[in-house]
Ligand binder design. Structure first.
Ligand SMILES: C[S@@+](CC[C@H](N)C(=O)[O-])C[C@H]1O[C@@H](n2cnc3c(N)ncnc32)[C@H](O)[C@@H]1O
Length: 201
């Protein structure tokens, strides 16, 4: 017939553009939020790896005008909404962590991480870097997440996946895996939805 086969990636990309969303990945978080009812009006959320701001747009709507969303990224983020604040910096740097604390001295109700390394094309290197970012997100829970809180984190399935899941289970009561519909067909990415944070030191 000459027409291209259905490609969910394009469909979500077009849908995001039409809806004024900055990234198609916004639909992944929207689906997770809907399925698990993680975010409510008035909540505070720390979003790691937030640029260009698709997740921030979704979170901003869900927590509403009395909530707060803090987004952190190496890249600057265009303003999103009055209830969204952003920090430009590497999440490993103490200056970045101080900037987060300056915006919110108390713990957050939820953390999200869509952090991804710049890919090199070398599978082992990319996988190791991605795992390191997830471990950093987990460690940040100890510092920033309130007891009972949640973490949604992107993880690439690979060699250390099982060990990583065990680390999630040490910190959270319940750990579930989700491959959102908006995830590209052949991608190895999966989202870990961890709830019931046992509390950081
Ligand atoms: C897939 S994008 C995030 C998309 C975002 N969730 C959205 O909806 O717009 C991954 C982001 O992780 C960020 N990132 C990677 N390493 C980081 C680090 N060490 N500190 C802060 N951000 C990091 C990248 O700069 C990139 O913008």
């Amino acid at each position: 017939m000459g027409s291209k086969p259905y490609d969910p990636r394009d469909a979500y990309y077009r849908k995001a553009k039409q809806a004024g969303l900055r990234a198609r990945s916004a639909y992944k978080l929207e689906e997770i939020a809907r399925r698990f009812g993680l975010y409510r009006p008035g909540m505070t959320v720390l979003d790691l790896g937030a640029a260009p701001g698709g997740w921030l747009q979704i979170l901003s709507r869900l927590v509403g005008p009395h909530g707060l969303v803090v987004g952190v990224d190496l890249q600057p983020i265009e303003p999103v909404a009055p209830n969204v604040r952003t920090v430009v910096g590497d999440i490993h740097a103490e200056a970045t962590r101080e900037a987060i604390r300056a915006l919110r001295p108390d713990r957050f109700d939820a953390l999200t991480s869509d952090m991804a390394p710049k890919t090199t094309g070398i599978k082992d290197v990319d996988e190791a870097r991605s795992i390191e970012l997830v471990r950093t997100a987990l460690e940040l829970c100890d510092e920033y997440l309130a007891q009972g809180g949640s973490l949604v984190a992107k993880v690439f399935e690979g060699g250390e996946f099982r060990a990583l899941l065990a680390e999630f289970r040490q910190r959270f009561e319940r750990v579930r895996l989700v491959r959102p519909e908006a995830t590209r067909g052949r991608s190895f990415e999966i989202y870990v939805v961890a709830t019931g944070f046992r509390g950081g030191s």
